[in-house]
Every structure is written in structure tokens, then in C-alpha cells.
Design a protein around this ligand. Structure first.
Ligand code: FE2
Length: 191
């Protein structure tokens, strides 16, 4: 399943996610595949593409520790539920830090909800948000928007792109949004 440094414990965690929270598992699989393709489009090295694929698979692994009642809730979360949901990124980092010895991967798991303007989960701002986390932020959002989730119906590829473009430079890295738009046009033949 994983090309980047196969790790039995990581595979076990992914299998556990598949059993306990299939929607999050499937989301991770899609994000991993899209990150792999997008990074190839960006001409990143094969090593980086493989790292990003693995990040996609495991970026939400911390949701294993979030109550199912929150993960699967239909309709909006309360403030308290949101505060619990938000710690999944840090839990994922903590879960993996003794398993994976790759700082770039651990950082992307921890910071995949950071926004360029500092409004993300931990409030990192601008250059503090690393390259991988910026990539994951875009692909993660795109997948969430274009697939049915318990809290929202999916929207079209065009509409999802527009939503992301609208927040370009604020939530998302501007240059990467431009590249992602070209990548989607190329792959989905939008015109
Ligand atoms: Fe997440």
C-alpha cells in the first residue's frame, strides 16, 4: 500500500482507520493519490511524491481518537465539538512521532489545517507553514468539497475550485492554487 518506507505500524494504523472510520480512510486514500499526482505534475522528486502520498493516507489518523459521535455528526458541530475535532492534527502527530522518523511527514500531519493568514488550528502564519502542509491544505479541501461528507453535500469540481481560488492568498498558498487549478484543468479537461 505504502511506497514510502513501508512501516508495519503505520499500515496497522491505516487498517484500523479503515475498520473504525471508513469515510476518513477513503478520504485519506483519495488525498494520498491526488497528492501523488499533483506532486508529479509539479515535478517534485519521486521521493517527495511518495512522502506526500503517505501524508495523504495518514494526515487524519488522529481522528481515531475523536469520538465517533463528533466525526459522524450530521449538521454543524457545536463550539465544544469543534474544539475536540481540531485536536486531531496534533493527536496524529503525537501518534506518529515515535513511529515515523521523518520530520517533513510529521509536520504535515500536524500542520495540515494551518492557513497562510494565521487563522488555522495552531495559528502558524506565512512562511511558518511548510511546503508540504500548504499542498495538503489545498488537496484536502478539494477532496472534502467534491465528495459527500456527513456535514455537507458534494459540489462540482468547478465550484470547489472557485471556493479554493476565493481563499487563495488567505487560507491557501497563492502560487500553489494557480498550479493546482492548471493541474485540475489538465486532468479533468475543464474548459
Ligand atoms: Fe484533518
Amino acid at each position: 500500500m505504502i511506497k514510502e518506507k513501508p512501516n508495519l505500524i503505520t499500515n496497522e494504523l491505516i487498517n484500523l482507520l479503515r475498520q473504525l472510520d471508513n469515510d476518513t480512510f477513503l478520504h485519506g486514500m483519495r488525498v494520498g493519490e491526488m497528492l501523488y499526482k499533483f506532486s508529479r505534475y509539479l515535478n517534485l522528486s519521486l521521493h517527495q511524491s511518495n512522502q506526500l502520498q503517505l501524508i495523504g493516507y495518514i494526515h487524519d489518523i488522529g481522528k481515531l481518537y475523536i469520538p465517533k459521535s463528533i466525526i459522524s455528526k450530521r449538521g454543524p458541530l457545536t463550539d465544544q465539538e469543534w474544539n475536540i475535532m481540531k485536536i486531531h492534527a496534533f493527536i496524529g502527530f503525537n501518534l506518529l512521532k515515535d513511529i515515523l522518523n521523518q520530520k517533513e511527514i510529521l509536520n504535515a500531519v500536524r500542520y495540515h489545517h494551518e492557513n497562510i493568514d494565521g487563522t488555522g488550528y495552531e495559528g502558524l502564519i506565512g512562511e511558518q507553514v511548510d511546503f508540504y502542509s500548504r499542498l495538503v491544505r489545498i488537496v484536502d479541501s478539494f477532496d472534502a468539497l467534491t465528495n459527500d461528507r456527513c456535514y455537507q453535500n458534494k459540489c462540482s469540481i468547478e465550484r470547489a475550485l472557485k471556493k479554493i481560488q476565493k481563499l487563495s492568498g488567505a487560507v491557501y498558498d497563492k502560487e500553489l492554487v494557480n498550479e493546482f487549478t492548471k493541474f485540475i484543468f489538465k486532468n479533468h479537461l475543464l474548459c
